[in-house]
Design a binder for this molecule. Structure first.
Ligand SMILES: [Zn+2]
Ligand SMILES: [Zn+2]
Length: 307
């Protein structure tokens, strides 16, 4: 997220995804067995003393870093993916802490397991809101590191996208191909990153268990991105979505107050792939977007951002 707003009560229209049938049909079509979503131990949630970051490993090349809600109420999730030659860090946090020591430690550990193999670090962003790039300056002088810019033009240029936002990009970390899906709307430079190896979709602030902010003057752009994402997901098997925040409890449709200092009984980080079609239906069906509560996310229109 990254918008400070008074809490509002919206109409409740809890929609249950018809997920099981859809997943089975998708798997039959794609000839793939359904892989389970990654399992995590409970994340740090501000309810007790906790470190500034928590790392959980999905596999030896894939790490999730959670920033403590005590350092910043946004409590974002960052992702670090290793290929043979390069590592991609998605986002650098919301500020209120130093994130580079955690990233450097993970890279040193990975290199230790790979005969001290050099690995170039690419620092990119789910999008340009401040709660996702506050740590960028920590990486400016890091050796063998490339910091990707925040504008749509900079993102498109780095990933070789000549037709933003229609073109899906391809980026190879070295034996690990990522697909870059432009998804402007929440913010103009928003992307999702799909990992062909794990079939995980790193979904940023567009789709996660929380308030999906859509500036009212960006409704059509957001809808087009939801359509683009749904098309992509029909052609690529998605195991789970991993977004940049969690702002909901385990009670379907219920979010925490804005700026909540702790997240007791937090919703899981992963969303099922069925959430993609559910979001697409929700934003396509509505003539004008209203606050629209679903079990696992809330479509949340907001005033246009000041330029
Ligand atoms: Zn955010
Ligand atoms: Zn955002």
């Amino acid at each position: 997220m990254s918008l400070s707003l008074p809490s509002r009560t919206g109409r409740r229209s809890l929609t249950r995804p018809r997920s099981i049938a859809r997943v089975l049909v998708a798997c039959l079509l794609l000839g793939a067995a359904p892989a389970a979503a990654p399992r995590f131990v409970p994340w740090i949630d501000g309810t007790a003393d906790e470190p500034e970051t928590q790392v959980q490993r999905i596999d030896p090349d894939t790490y999730v870093i959670r920033q403590s809600v005590r350092t910043n109420f946004e409590a974002p999730f960052l992702y670090l993916l290793f290929g043979r030659d390069r590592a991609l860090l998605i986002d650098t946090g919301a500020g209120g802490l130093r994130v580079r020591p955690t990233v450097d430690r993970l890279i040193a550990t990975w290199r230790g397991a790979h005969a001290d193999r050099p690995v170039r670090l690419i620092v990119a962003h789910s999008h340009g809101h401040g709660d996702h790039h506050a740590g960028d300056a920590e990486f400016a002088d890091r050796p063998d590191t490339r910091l990707v810019g925040l504008s749509p033009g900079a993102v498109a240029a780095f990933f070789g996208l000549r037709d933003w936002p229609e073109q899906v990009g391809r980026y190879d970390l070295g034996g690990r191909v990522l697909r870059i899906v432009p998804t402007p709307g929440h913010e103009p430079a928003h992307i999702m990153v799909y990992d062909e190896r794990t079939r995980l979709l790193f979904s940023g602030d567009m789709l996660y268990p929380g308030r999906l902010y859509v500036p009212r003057d960006q409704t059509a752009v957001f809808r087009a991105s939801a359509d683009r994402l749904a098309r992509f997901a029909r052609q690529h098997p998605v195991r789970a979505l991993l977004g940049a925040h969690v702002e909901m409890t385990r009670t379907p449709g219920e979010d925490y107050a804005m700026h909540a200092p702790a997240h007791p009984d937090e919703h899981g980080l992963a969303l099922p792939p069925a959430a993609i079609a559910e979001l697409d239906r929700a934003v396509t069906a509505a003539l004008s977007l209203e606050i629209d509560r679903h079990a696992d996310f809330i479509v949340y229109p907001v005033a246009p951002r000041a330029p």
